[in-house]
Design a protein around this ligand. Structure first.
Ligand code: NAD
Length: 497
């Protein structure tokens, strides 16, 4: 069985803990790999290496840093297919979707290539006689990233390219469920010329995460994952004096007004609800049908849902792959039967689905639940699977009350032809990312990504300008070059103009 190791100081490091996690091929259900789980000593070794590397990387010229990043971007471009195949093998998503993930991750590497422009400071000359003031931003030191299973390449790339472009060194703890993509990203960074120790990967579980949160030499922690763990990371990180950004779970609502193009809305609901088997933090998991659109819209979604091709991610004909684990698949399925018992109408039932020749794979069909009571678990919980809930609302105001009553506020979207309604929605809705006729409004690399409420803990969103701010600390320098002819003199008063 293949063992996935750590990557520390620019080389593979075997684990010594004797603890391993299983890595499955979700399409077959077979375990053909295992991942080493780090000890606290191994985490310490990665942090020590990163700390030593910071000595030179933190002061390396912008020209040197960008030369590596441009080369890295070229390597990623050449290896898109290979990285996507690694994602499909361990996550299960279809190859075209995995390629999309790599492309969206590369966007952040491209952003990082423009770091000289992004890190430019501010200068005010002559604020007082012969006095200038400059604001600059400097790296923090060693920073850590802890990432979820659902985007094993893109989410790490939301973090480390920006962090290292700013001059930090990085320790990444990827999801133990699909760790190979992160490992490969680190290997390729070395190939691109990134000095040893600047980007390290420690594999593992809570033991590794807790050590990163406690380690005195870690200055900041970026986390993306579920809400309960995000809260935990924030509290524990702050307790240990770290800067923390912790992105959590979601329940994203798509509001459909009666004037919307219902065929377009149905297509977009299908793509956003069932793409990547619903295992996206920006997946649409609730459609709110306003007025008398409900029956027609549900009919159109159901008709499309029944035609989806589900199969292994390696089959180019598959539109949706399996779920990440057997346990997760079964838990998602339990929400469908649970919703029926709690008053929802099951319009499409995807439970009990199997793919011929892949009977042990973690497959689940797509489910569509209509008239879901807001008290039902299927509405209240983040299911994170191919289950779309439809909730009916009489008016726009009722719909907004529902959406703004959610404890999450990651993404949301409105489908309408009415510009005035769309504008009102943008301003009134309580979520960090809003789409107008765009179901998954993941911001491009040069805008920042992040939700509100239980979808993000901390002050900074991720990548874009917020990413630069998160991974740097500001310094303001006040300079005077007095005229030798001036005597200065003694004055104990507080300096003013
Ligand atoms: P998860 O919270 O289970 O795991 C995320 C990371 O935390 C992993 O590296 C894992 O090893 C670690 N971890 C898990 N339990 C821990 C514990 N008790 N103590 C310390 N560390 C622990 O999340 P997941 O299942 O891998 O990913 C799915 C979740 O991530 C969903 O809730 C999804 O919405 C969320 N997500 C959010 C965003 C976003 O941008 N807001 C993006 C992607 C995924």
């Amino acid at each position: 069985m293949k063992t996935i190791t750590h990557w520390i100081g620019g080389k593979p490091v075997e684990g010594t803990s004797g603890r391993f996690g299983p890595v499955y091929d979700p399409a077959t259900g077979a375990q053909d790999k295992q991942v080493a789980f780090a000890t606290t000593d191994e985490v310490d070794a990665a942090v020590d290496t990163a700390k030593a590397a910071f000595e030179s990387w933190g002061t390396a010229s912008l020209a040197k840093r960008t030369a590596v990043l441009f080369k890295y971007r070229e390597l990623l471009d050449a290896r898109r297919d290979e990285i996507a195949a690694l994602i499909t093998a361990e996550h299960g998503k279809v190859h075209s979707d995995a390629l999309g993930e790599v492309a969206r991750g590369m966007e952040i590497v491209e952003l990082a290539c423009s770091i000289p422009q992004l890190l430019k400071g501010e200068l005010s000359t002559q604020v007082s006689t012969r006095v200038d003031v400059a604001s600059i931003r400097q790296p923090l030191g060693v920073v850590a990233g802890i990432t979820p299973f659902n985007f094993p390449a893109m989410v790490p790339m939301w973090m480390f390219p920006v962090a290292i472009a700013c001059g930090n060194t990085f320790v990444l703890k990827p999801s133990e469920k699909d760790p190979s993509a992160s490992y490969r990203l680190a290997e390729l960074a070395s190939e691109a010329g990134l000095p040893d120790g600047v980007l390290n990967v420690v594999q593992g579980d809570k033991v590794a995460v807790d050590r990163l949160l406690e380690h005195p030499d870690i200055a900041a922690v970026s986390f993306v994952g579920s809400t309960p763990i995000a809260k935990y990371i924030q509290m524990k990180g702050i307790e240990h004096g770290k800067r923390v950004q912790a992105l959590g779970g979601a329940k994203n609502h798509m509001l459909v007004l009666p004037d919307a193009d219902l065929d377009f809305a149905a297509d977009q609901a299908i793509n956003a609800a069932y793409g990547s088997a619903g295992e996206r933090c920006m997946a649409v998991s609730v459609v709110v049908a306003v007025g008398d659109t409900g029956d027609e819209l549900v009919g159109k979604i159901a008709e499309r849902a029944k035609g989806l091709k589900i199969g292994p991610g390696t089959d180019p004909a598959s539109e949706m792959g399996p779920l990440i684990t057997r346990e997760h698949r079964d838990k998602v399925a339990s929400y469908v039967s649970g919703a029926a018992a709690q008053g929802a109408e099951v319009v499409v039932d995807g439970t009990g689905y199997s793919v011929a020749g892949h009977e042990d794979g973690f497959f689940l069909g797509v489910s569509l639940l209509d008239k879901v009571p807001v008290t039902a678990d299927a509405y209240q919980d983040e299911i994170f699977g191919p289950v779309l809930c439809v909730v009916r609302a009489d008016t726009y105001d009722d719909a907004m009350k529902l959406i703004n009553g959610s404890r999450w506020g990651n993404g949301t979207a409105i489908f309408t032809r009415d510009g005035g309604a769309a504008r009102r929605f943008q301003l009134e809705v309580q979520a960090g990312m809003v789409g107008v006729n765009v179901p998954i409004p993941v911001p491009v690399g040069y805008h920042s990504f992040g939700g509100w409420k239980d979808s993000l803990f901390g002050d900074h969103h991720i990548y874009g300008n917020d990413g630069i701010a998160f991974y740097t600390q500001g310094k303001v320098i006040t300079t005077r070059w007095p005229d030798p002819a001036d005597s200065g003199g003694i004055n104990l008063g507080f300096p003013s103009h």
